[in-house]
Design a protein around this ligand. Structure first.
Ligand code: MTE
Ligand code: MO
Length: 436
């Protein structure tokens, strides 16, 4: 069974490590990188300042190494405009996830939609003058303004799940490099836009088209002119799925600048990386796209099961397609204390290109299961609400585990199907409950 919390032994040179490099020390000891911005400030922060930020006194402050980053502050180390309660994993590029209990809404508010940037977002995210190019193997290349999209094509609104392919990577052992997402690189916002299919059909898809290629307006971290941070694509069959949107609306308003304003793709069910933000161009190709993060081991897993830590030759990696079935308990928040004997447990489940057939809960470490009430999706590719009233037989410590099963009978596993790059962790979510 994977243990999400890494309880490393306290090293003897703890104090020295924090003196030398507090961020690195936090990463090594607690397995998590703290947000970048506040580090310099905290380093010199006096005890009173720290206490004020935490909101109470720190009784054992004498044991704290200098430069130590209190966990309570690490989680809120940086704020992103228009986002609320996200944990920032990295500030260059910006990557931030949402704690599960803040994802309880059926429609994820924009303020709680995670952010995953591979490069530097464009400075100008205004809809005025924005243009989208459709070219490559099409009958008639097109250049469309956002007004063109709105007037020439049917505008639709759908709830669509976007989940990063690396969501859950933090639980990999041995660890996998990359953003140490825990659970919250997933969201189901309500997107408004036009169907990618309709736009491609208007341009005329040639018979020899194999793959799409997506280009956004963000720049590479190196700042090199013309170098793309990420450019992925999907097989043309997937591209023609009517639920892929070229979106200009998010939850009834414009897109958030960090979520791709003014225009993005939403390709639900597949790794979030297929959903190009700040979309400038969709290019149709007669080969599998080979843009940045399409090749090598990026967004790929071995084509066969491997052991944890196993080395796998590059040629054995395959491009990830649909994301696996998964669920998230959004209420209660983990480590909840209750005084009664019963508790409402609820959350969401989703299943790549498929739907969820059932979600079961266990309070006895998987020995027995309780089937929950499961809602149908608002539309295909929306997540599905599950809930059940759970009773605890006596006082004590419990864990509630959730296991979703898709309509093909595939269920979430207990442990992680380890792979070198840390993708597709759909092991069961568990929250702890203290009953007194
Ligand atoms: N242009 C561009 N599009 C992008 C990315 C990016 O870095 N640049 N990141 C991708 C990845 S890896 C994910 S998981 C999703 C995240 O979408 P969000 O930031 O709106 O949550 O956007 C995708 N689209
Ligand atoms: Mo991602």
């Amino acid at each position: 069974m994977e243990n999400q919390d890494q309880h490393a032994k306290v090293p003897a040179d703890l104090m020295q490590r924090y003196e030398d490099n507090p961020e690195q020390a936090d990463l090594e000891i607690f397995g998590r990188k703290t947000g970048g911005n506040r580090r310099g400030f905290l380093k010199g922060a006096g005890l009173a300042t720290m206490g004020a930020l935490i909101g109470t006194a720190i009784p054992f402050h004498r044991n704290m190494p200098s430069g130590f980053i209190p966990e309570a502050l690490a989680q809120s180390a940086m704020e992103i405009d228009g986002k609320d309660g996200l944990s920032v994993l990295n500030d260059r590029p910006v990557n931030a996830e949402t704690p599960p209990h803040l994802l309880n809404d059926d429609v994820t508010p924009t303020s709680r939609h995670f952010v995953r940037n591979n490069g530097i977002p464009p400075e100008n995210t205004s809809a005025d003058g924005w243009s989208l190019t459709i070219d490559g193997l099409v009958g008639k290349p097109m250049e469309l303004s956002i007004a063109d999209l709105k007037s020439k094509f049917e505008v639709v609104t759908e709830r669509l799940v976007i989940e990063c392919g690396g969501n859950g990577r933090a639980a990999f052992d041995p660890p996998a490099k990359g953003n140490q997402w825990t659970l919250g690189a997933v969201a189901c916002s309500e997107w408004t836009g036009v169907r990618l299919r309709d736009v491609l059909q208007a341009a005329g898809v040639k018979d020899n088209v194999v793959y799409t290629a997506h280009v956004g307006a963000d720049s590479h971290l190196s700042g090199k002119e013309g170098k793309l941070a990420i450019s992925r694509g999907v097989p043309i069959d997937k591209a023609m799925n009517p639920h892929n949107l070229i979106a200009f609306g998010m939850n009834g308003a414009d897109l958030h600048p960090m979520n791709g304003a003014p225009l993005r793709l939403v390709v639900p069910g597949w790794p979030g990386s297929c959903s190009q933000k700040w979309l400038k161009r969709v290019w149709l190709r007669d080969q599998v796209h080979d843009g940045p993060k399409m090749t090598g081991k990026a967004y790929r897993v071995p084509g066969y099961p491997v052991e944890a830590g196993q080395k796998v030759p590059k040629s054995d990696f395959e491009i990830i397609q649909a994301m696996p079935v998964k669920s998230l308990i959004t209420t209660p928040e983990t480590r909840t204390k209750i005084t009664g004997r019963s508790l409402k447990v609820a959350g969401h489940a989703w299943a790549g290109d498929d739907a969820v057939a059932r979600v079961d809960l266990s309070i006895d470490f998987g020995a027995t299961w309780i089937q929950t009430d499961l809602a149908s999706p608002a539309n295909p590719y929306a997540w599905q609400r599950f809930g059940a009233e759970v009773s605890f037989p006596m006082a004590g410590y419990y864990e509630v585990w959730a296991r979703a099963t898709d309509t093909q009978g595939r269920a979430q596993p207990f442990g992680i199907a380890w792979n070198p790059k840390g993708y597709l962790n759909n092991s069961m979510h568990r929250v702890s409950v203290y009953v007194s």
